[in-house]
Design a protein around this ligand. Sequence first.
Ligand code: HEM
Length: 466
Amino acid sequence: MPDDLAANSTNFTIPGPQRTTLSMLRFYRAPLTFQQCIHHDYGNIVAIGQRNRPRYVFAFGPELNREILTSSDTFEISSALLKVPKHNELGQLFYHNLSLMKGEQHKQHRRLMQPAFHHQQIRYYEASILNETKHIAKEWEHRSIIDLNLEMKNLTQRIAMKTLFGLTDEKQIEALGKHVHQLTQSILWVTLVPIYFPFTPYWRALRQARIIQTILNSLIEHKRKEVKATDVFASLVQAHDEDGTALTDSELIGHAFTLFVAGHETTANALSWTIFLLQQHPQAMTRVIEEIDGLQTDEDITTYVRSTSTFLEHAIKESLRLLPPASIGVRVTHSACQLSNYHIPANTQIFYSPFITHRLPELYEDPHRFKPERWGGIKPSPYEYIPFSAGPHMCIGWSFAMHEMKIVLTILLKRYAFTIQQQTPITPNLMMRPVKGMPMRISPQRYSFKRVSVKGTINQLIDWST
Ligand code: HEM
């Protein structure tokens, strides 16, 4: 160990609760309030486990975010939390992707994928987003109560199939959606009980993984022949470096699957919370409606969503600040290192937290209140506002997601008023999925809004005072 590290390690021990298992149980049971508690009790850096050999370190605030997210050789990307088997078709789907790549390989693949997310390219996706959202708005005409989160998940999934894979055939869309759904349903069980027998979750997951690979393989073949395709997958199939390097078929499959899974659920959760927070804040909702009311044609809508600093954009940013869909991120130390003057041994898991950073009173006034208007007057640094993370692994789809959310919200809020049912329990989990759904009454937009009282953890996370 270098001398300076040894000196620091004897001088400092990271504060934190002693009992690892109990603390981590509390974390898994109530991840958001647990982070608030340890931050309140111990400060910006908290160790869980033995003082001189912590198993987990929680790091809060912009300075530590910067240290962790920029030094990607020291604080490496980690697959430690991913317990899926590696050496079969499941591994090919879950491990071959940007978010688990390191160093030069990550840089090269990111360079090859970047053009698919360029803002010029994103314009090609607008028509699909508009059409899919209008389709769901039409379907709702005959319904009065929906589970908003489920509906948003179905919508973002359909948008992903169109924009990522260019699928148009309804049967293909349904089939791929069904297999991905079944795979993600069994995957938790595979990680808990990785036993392979016929009809076990592992057996089922592997079967789904093989079917998905077959579908994606035939799509690759198809995309190689398509000259004018404008979807993300086509752009990846055609991408190559200056020296001619292109992505192999198995790399393409890994990237495509992850884009699909990473992209739609996060966006669905962000959309659900934005609608929820707006409907609970009548003044903010009125301002959004005033802004979008005059938009008539598709062209009006696309021109509006391309502009920045609209009140709708501020509302989305504020919702991502308060309830970021990736509320926490993890890295692992490659070797012994320093973090905020503390010695951290190699192989320690380090959690950074958009959720806590976004609620620091020194960065955001009235941090627990939903105040979209604050975005007219603040410009936080890349480490103070991190719903899409920062540094080399920052979300590649952030601009796509913002664009998608603006289009979806414009169409749905113009047409429908959403009212949450009285005393509904609303509790987000670590990835901001409302664990018991989000039942909403929908009715034609009549420009009259009222806050409704709800139950659940959300009341500890949002300051409702006006
Ligand atoms: C509101 C929606 C979204 C949120 C909040 C979000 C959030 C994030 C965050 C926090 C990370 C970095 C994780 C880390 O630090 O380890 C990330 C990475 C990533 N996201 Fe997103 N994301 C969203 C939408 C999307 C969409 C629409 C796509 C693609 C279509 C996408 C694709 C990716 C990929 C490929 C990575 C890995 C990047 C890399 O490691 O270089 N995301 N996202």
